[in-house]
Design a protein around this ligand. Structure first.
Ligand SMILES: *Cc1c(COP(=O)(O)O)cnc(C)c1O
Length: 420
């Protein structure tokens, strides 16, 4: 009997079976976590990080050592020439948009090779929306190569990357789709193919949800520029806002000119007491990501045991922290999300209900009880109420906390007579 939560015997038994199934993956995850932790730790040591790097600046923020050194630590960890890590980035979309506007110029061409990108990037590119100042409105051409059977179409990429293409754009994570996320090996292959056809092409990766899931990052295998959010993997659950860009020095510099202003770039930017949490977030990130990946693997094993289709499966190698579960009907989606929410440390008393959301064509039900609003390195679940009735789950600051939430989700479904 669980002393704190009411969990049925059937679910407690399933929990044991699921945990057993996970053991091999957990060993692999531990090995990756340790490798990445040492990588981060070495970068802190090599850069001589001390308490003085946490000192805050105000006003212009000239000569903020903490800010300047954080960029260096970040660059070392990501095997990049340079990095731009700032709390001023409001979200992942803002960071990606800064990178795109930073390096692309009128008449340049951006080619996305992973099908249509993440929803929030559509307005940035100009695939949708008008009068908002998209890349398209500034004369930047866009094209995309659809995935072929959910995988990269290398032949089409080889044909499409000619001298007219300025940037090859890759989305590493599945985002809110059911396609598999990309491995670092697949990203490396795209870099090789693209550079062979056009040595000047810039390969950029949307690295959201991917950081520290593997031992290598895209910048270590030929990618020129990556960007991501600090309230996902790379902030370790500690950073309360922000984003990062890393890559070739010349490109990162251009991004800095876009974030602040031409001529000033990285020289300005008061850190307003954020340095300590950004350092600590990076320090925690490998471990937190490991916990999140374990949580995803466990939830996958548990719900597969109950007979639901899951992707990825518990024994598949992970390339991001996202888990999808096919829950088969609207009632189960709602019960699942309510169960997850009921175990959250924050807002456990809130009852999620399906609601109309801007930008969605169906109602959406969401569970999130997070220390940082909207943080998706903390356990959260989102489910559009439409076929095929999948829930997308990501995050988990620590495995044990996510595990009880998963069991409570199953329990809520069982209480309503919905659990298969
Ligand atoms: C989350 C995410 C984004 C956008 O980040 P926001 O912080 O939500 O703006 C972009 N691409 C991918 C793959 C993501 O997962």
């Amino acid at each position: 009997m669980n002393p704190f939560f009411n969990i049925s015997e059937r679910i407690e038994n399933a929990d044991k079976i699921a945990l057993n199934l996970c053991s091999e993956q957990f060993q692999l995850i531990d090995e990756i976590t340790e490798y990445n932790q040492l990588k981060v730790q070495k970068a802190f040591i090599d850069n001589g990080i001390s308490e003085s790097h946490f000192v805050s600046s105000t006003g212009y923020g000239y000569g903020d050592r903490g800010r300047e050194t954080l960029d260096k630590v970040w660059a070392q960890v990501f095997g990049a020439e340079d990095a731009l890590v700032r709390h001023n980035f409001t979200c992942g979309t803002h960071t990606l948009a800064t990178a795109l506007f930073g390096v692309l110029r009128p008449n340049d061409k951006m080619l996305c090779v992973t099908g249509t990108p993440y929803d929030t990037i559509h307005n940035v590119i100009g695939i949708s929306g008008e009068g908002m100042g998209s890349l398209k409105e500034f004369g930047i051409e866009y094209d995309e190569i659809p995935l072929k059977n959910d995988r990269l179409d290398y032949e089409a990429i080889e044909i499409a990357v000619d001298s007219s293409v300025t940037m090859v754009y890759i989305q590493r994570s599945r985002g809110y789709e059911l396609r598999p996320s990309l491995s670092i090996a697949e990203i490396e292959k795209v870099c090789k193919i693209a550079k062979a056809k056009n040595p000047d092409v810039i390969v950029m990766v949307d690295n959201c949800y991917g950081e520290f899931v593997e031992k290598l990052e895209p910048t270590e295998v030929g990618t020129d520029l990556i960007a991501g959010s600090l309230i996902k993997n790379a902030g370790g659950g500690i950073a309360t806002t922000g984003g990062y860009i890393a890559g070739k020095h010349k490109l990162v510099e251009k991004c800095a000119y876009r974030l602040t202003t031409p001529g000033l770039g990285k020289e300005v930017g008061a850190t307003l007491n954020m340095n300590r949490e950004l350092y600590m977030g990076l320090f925690y990130a490998p471990h937190t990501v490991g916990e999140a990946v374990k949580s995803a693997v466990y939830i996958s094993a548990l719900f597969e045991h109950f007979g639901y289709s899951v992707t990825p499966k518990y024994n598949e190698i992970r390339h991001d922290i996202v888990q999808s579960i096919g829950l088969e009907n609207p009632e189960s989606l709602v019960a699942f999300c309510q169960g997850i929410q009921s175990g959250s440390p924050i807002d456990s008393f809130v009852l999620p209900e399906p609601w109309d959301m801007p930008g969605y064509d169906s109602k959406v039900v969401m569970a999130a009880g997070a220390f940082t609003l909207g943080s998706s390195i903390e356990l959260s679940a989102d489910a559009p109420i439409r076929e095929p009735y999948y829930a997308w789950i990501q995050g988990g600051l620590n495995f044990h906390s996510a595990k009880i939430c998963a069991k409570l989700a199953a329990q809520k479904m069982e209480d309503k007579g919905l659990l298969k």
